[in-house]
Design a protein around this ligand. Structure first.
Ligand code: GLU
Length: 499
């Protein structure tokens, strides 16, 4: 009866219960790119189907819990502008949504499996299991439990329980046959049962393992589709055996491709930041990051790259999710972020930049900040870059080497004279707007017998301290007459002093 095919029928496409999906993060780390790609695909699927999206917290690995991880997750969800229908903070009819608060539900099912002979108590000590693993390694055998406790007599079990011996509960995997499940992305997946060992379903501390807990919850929470990372594919045959033993119909599975670095290895810190907080701090826009994540493993089948969330909801389909790993390319993400930055209105850009600019920018009103940020809009890849690029607007005194003022083919005296005349011009010019400045400074360049590239670079360094800035005259116009005059004069003094 173990492999009775009639009992392992999955939800068929014909029966259409309301879609219910979930994301089931373990609070053992801070939210990262991978969590959110899976989050997003589940969310898009739920919204498209008018279904429910559940967050369930899988906190059964008590030793690895990280304080604040759940709050960090919900904060990040809100930062992305996404939501959830049931779960932490919002509750819901299938709660509690924290596995540590659901222990009786798991115990009930574990007891049932033991009663039915589908699971058994195992008293092997960690020392015995370590030794077993070492022997298996030495013999180059795959690691796995040798089922020593599977056939203990009831009397023997009663004796060991009475003696208070610690034990775990293991699932009794069928010794032969094979297990198949259908995956919406990978098709039929089959495993030989003999390669699966008798895995633990209840630990000695009374907490269930992931294998049991997530499955019981998926069932009692009436989850219809499990969209999760493909690192769980090899565990799914075990889950199918559990569903069968419990007499439950499994949900539909879709295992999502892993996110890889450009070297096609699993994405990790070696490839750059992976935590959502790092992207937030660096000044990535949630809408750009979401857009990019939407394309990490899914393709629309057209050339379209820029998607609003609404468009993603409309177009997303599991059929177009790739089987193979999705490359996470920071340079490509920068491109997306730049596109979204350029699409912003001036006021919005100023508002969103402000938190990245530190205290010095705090004195500026919105109009002033808007004028400055407008200069940089075309060249910003992240909001976080702005502070360094814009710094010359916020400091009193520029730090640069006087030698930077002198351009190729110019003497020191020529540079001083050029800057002195530039200062005079800045003081006298009627209108300090970019067009007027440009034509006046071109005339001055001719008068001085210099090339525009020479004089303009000297003025740029004098007024910004940098050699690469937004267009010079637009920048000067925003800096304003007084500040330009002061800086040009200071440059003359510095050079004269260095002679
Ligand atoms: N708690 C598991 C994880 O952190 C969930 C896997 C699943 O979705 O079944 O990845």
């Amino acid at each position: 009866m173990i492999n009775d095919p009639t009992r392992s029928t999955q939800h068929s496409a014909l029966s259409t219960p309301a879609v219910r999906v979930r994301i089931a993060p373990s609070p053992t780390g801070l939210p990262h790119i991978g969590t959110f790609r899976t989050f997003l695909f589940n969310w898009l699927f739920a919204r498209q189907k008018g279904g429910a999206f559940v967050i369930r917290i899988e906190d059964t690995d008590r030793a690895r819990l990280i304080p604040g991880a759940i709050e960090a997750l919900t904060e990040a969800v809100r930062w992305f502008g996404l939501d959830w229908d049931e779960g932490p903070e919002v509750g819901g009819p299938y709660g509690p949504y924290l596995q540590s608060e659901r222990l009786p539900t798991y115990h009930e099912q574990v007891e049932r499996l033991v009663r039915d002979g589908r699971a058994y108590r195992c008293y092997c000590t960690p020392e015995r299991l370590d030794a077993l693993r070492a022997e298996q390694q030495a013999r180059k055998e795959p690691p796995g439990y040798d089922r020593l406790c599977r056939d203990l007599t009831d009397i023997e079990r009663a004796r060991r329980d009475a003696a208070g011996e610690p034990s775990v509960v293991r699932f009794a995997v069928p010794l032969d046959g094979s297990t198949t499940f259908q995956d919406l992305i990978h098709g039929d997946v089959t495993w030989e049962n003999r390669v699966l060992d008798d895995f633990v379903i209840l630990k000695s501390d009374g907490y269930p393992t992931y294998h049991l807990a997530h499955l019981v919850d998926d069932h009692v929470m009436e989850i219809t589709h499990v969209l999760r990372g493909d690192e769980w594919i090899s565990s799914t045959p075990r889950h199918m055996l559990l569903y069968e033993a419990l007499g439950w119909v499994p949900p539909i599975f879709a295992h999502l491709p892993a996110i890889l670095g450009p070297d096609r290895k699993k994405l990790s810190k070696r490839h750059g930041p992976t935590g959502i907080a790092a992207f937030q701090e660096a000044g990535y826009l949630p809408e750009a990051l979401l857009n990019y994540l939407g394309l990490c493993g899914w393709s629309p089948g057209t050339d379209q790259e820029i998607f609003s969330l609404k468009e993603l909801v409309e177009q997303f389909s599991l059929e177009r999710v790739n089987q193979t790993g999705a490359i996470f390319d920071h340079a490509k993400l920068d491109w997306f972020n730049g596109v979204y930055i350029r699409a912003m209105g001036p006021q919005e850009l100023a508002v969103r930049l402000r938190p990245f600019l530190g205290e010095t920018a705090g004195m500026l009103d919105d109009d002033a900040l808007m004028a400055i940020s407008g200069l940089f809009q075309d060249r910003l890849k992240t909001l976080g870059e702005a502070r360094e690029l814009m710094d010359f607007f916020f400091v009193d005194r520029l730090e640069y080497q006087a030698a930077m003022l002198i351009q190729k083919g110019m003497t020191v005296a020529q540079t001083i004279e050029g800057l002195r005349r530039s200062a005079v011009l800045a003081a006298e010019i009627a209108s300090f707007d970019p067009e007027a400045l440009e034509s006046a400074y071109r005339v001055l360049t001719d008068e001085l017998g210099l090339k525009p590239l020479q004089l303009f670079m000297s003025i740029r360094v004098a007024s910004t301290g940098m050699t690469a800035t937004p267009p010079l005259f637009a920048t000067m116009a925003v800096l304003g007459r007084e500040r330009c005059l002061r800086r040009l004069t200071a440059a003359v003094e510095r050079l004269s002093g260095s002679m």
